[in-house]
Write a protein that binds this ligand. Structure first.
Ligand SMILES: [Zn+2]
Length: 171
C-alpha cells in the first residue's frame, strides 16, 4: 500500500491510545503487514528491479530514476504525515516536542518502518532484515490490483476513511 494509507491507518489506531506511544508504535508496525495483505495497488517505482524467480533478490537501483522515485516517495510520505496531523493533532496547540512524543507520531513511525527497513534490506542483506523481508514478501497479497489503479485507490481510500472516521468518533 502507499505510505499515505499506512500512515493514516497507523495514526488512526494510535489515536485510540493517546497515552501509550510505544503501544501505538507496535500496533502501527503490525498494521503495516495487515494492510499489505489486502489486495492493493502501488505506484510504480522506476528504479525497482524485480526477480520473478526469487523476490528476495528484488532491489532498488540507485541512480537518476531513483531520484525521481524519491520525489514520489517523499510526496507520499509528506502527504501521510500532513493528513494525519490535520486529522488527529490539535493544531492550535501544536508543538514539535509534543508531536514527537505523541502516540500519533509513534503510530505513524511504526506504520512506515517496514517499508524503510525494506529499503535498508535492499542495500544491506543481512539478518534479521532477511527474515523480515521474507515475511513482508509473503504477506503481500498475490492478487495485486496492479493494472487497476482506480479500484486500488478506491479500496485504499475506503479503508483509511473508515478507520479514521471510527477512530475520531470513538475518541
Ligand atoms: Zn509494505
Amino acid at each position: 500500500m502507499v505510505l499515505t494509507a499506512h500512515a493514516i491507518v497507523g495514526a488512526s489506531i494510535a489515536n485510540l491510545m493517546p497515552n501509550h506511544p510505544m503501544l501505538g508504535f507496535a500496533t502501527g508496525f503490525a498494521s503495516h503487514f495487515l494492510l499489505d495483505s489486502i489486495p492493493h495497488w502501488d505506484y510504480h517505482l522506476l528504479s525497482s528491479k524485480k526477480d520473478p524467480q526469487n523476490p528476495l533478490n528484488d532491489d532498488l537501483i540507485l541512480g537518476k530514476n531513483f531520484l525521481i522515485d524519491l520525489m514520489k516517495i517523499g510526496t507520499d510520505f509528506l502527504l501521510g504525515i500532513i493528513i494525519s496531523i490535520l486529522l488527529f493533532v490539535d493544531i492550535s496547540n501544536f508543538s514539535l516536542t509534543s508531536f514527537f512524543t505523541s502516540a500519533i507520531f509513534w503510530g505513524i513511525a511504526g506504520s512506515l518502518l517496514p517499508d524503510a527497513l525494506q529499503f535498508v534490506y535492499f542495500k544491506w542483506r543481512h539478518e534479521p532484515l532477511t527474515t523480515l523481508q521474507r515475511f513482508h514478501n509473503w504477506v503481500q497479497n498475490k492478487k495485486k490490483l496492479k493494472n487497476e489503479p482506480v479500484w486500488g485507490i478506491i479500496s485504499q481510500l475506503t479503508i483509511i476513511t473508515t478507520l479514521a472516521t471510527v477512530s475520531i468518533l470513538i475518541l
